[in-house]
Design a protein around this ligand. Structure first.
Ligand SMILES: Nc1nc2c(ncn2[C@@H]2O[C@H](COP(=O)(O)OP(=O)(O)OP(=O)(O)O)[C@@H](O)[C@H]2O)c(=O)[nH]1
Ligand SMILES: [Mg+2]
Length: 134
């Protein structure tokens, strides 16, 4: 979307092997920690989308550690892997522990396959949270 930064959330809905998957993209900038906390409440799984052309810095490490500390399925997807300067192996080395997929937003099929693999690890019967306000 023309170089715009996420300040609230990105939302997407896809069907994966007959399951409805709701994707909530949080802002990536450090100052939006509060938004990540709110959006992440009640999530069934977490995907850390990292940039293969940027080194793992303290902030990415912080995101990794907080998601790994949640009691939910968690995966790392290394994006921009088609770029000439991409170093997915370096990122993979620094984020060892969680399952890792190398993807590119420019390769829909590969990214979707990675999502399918992750969704298959999620327990059934989730995906919709009923908030009882009474
Ligand atoms: N070459 C390449 N460029 C990409 C890829 N994915 C995203 N981009 C570009 O990277 C830039 C940033 O993408 P965004 O989707 O805005 O990144 P973001 O992580 O949501 O950024 P914030 O919302 O600011 O946290 C845009 O210019 C995208 O076109 C990719 O896989 N390959
Ligand atoms: Mg964004």
């Amino acid at each position: 979307m023309g170089g715009s930064t996420t300040i609230a959330l990105d939302f997407g809905k896809v069907e994966v092997n007959g399951r409805h998957v709701y994707l909530f993209g949080t802002p990536g900038q450090e100052r939006f920690e509060f938004a990540r906390q709110i959006i992440g409440t009640g999530m069934d799984g977490a995907i850390l989308l990292t940039d293969a052309t940027s080194p793992v810095d303290e902030f990415v490490r912080h995101l990794y550690d907080s998601l790994a500390g949640e009691n939910i399925p968690f995966v790392v997807m290394i994006n921009k892997c088609e770029e000439a300067g991409a170093q997915p192996d370096l990122i993979r080395k620094h984020l060892a522990g969680a399952p890792v997929h190398t993807i590119s937003a420019k390769d829909y099929r590969k990214a979707f396959d990675a999502l399918c693999t992750f969704v298959a690890t999620l327990p059934m019967g989730h995906g919709y949270v009923h908030h009882d306000l009474s």
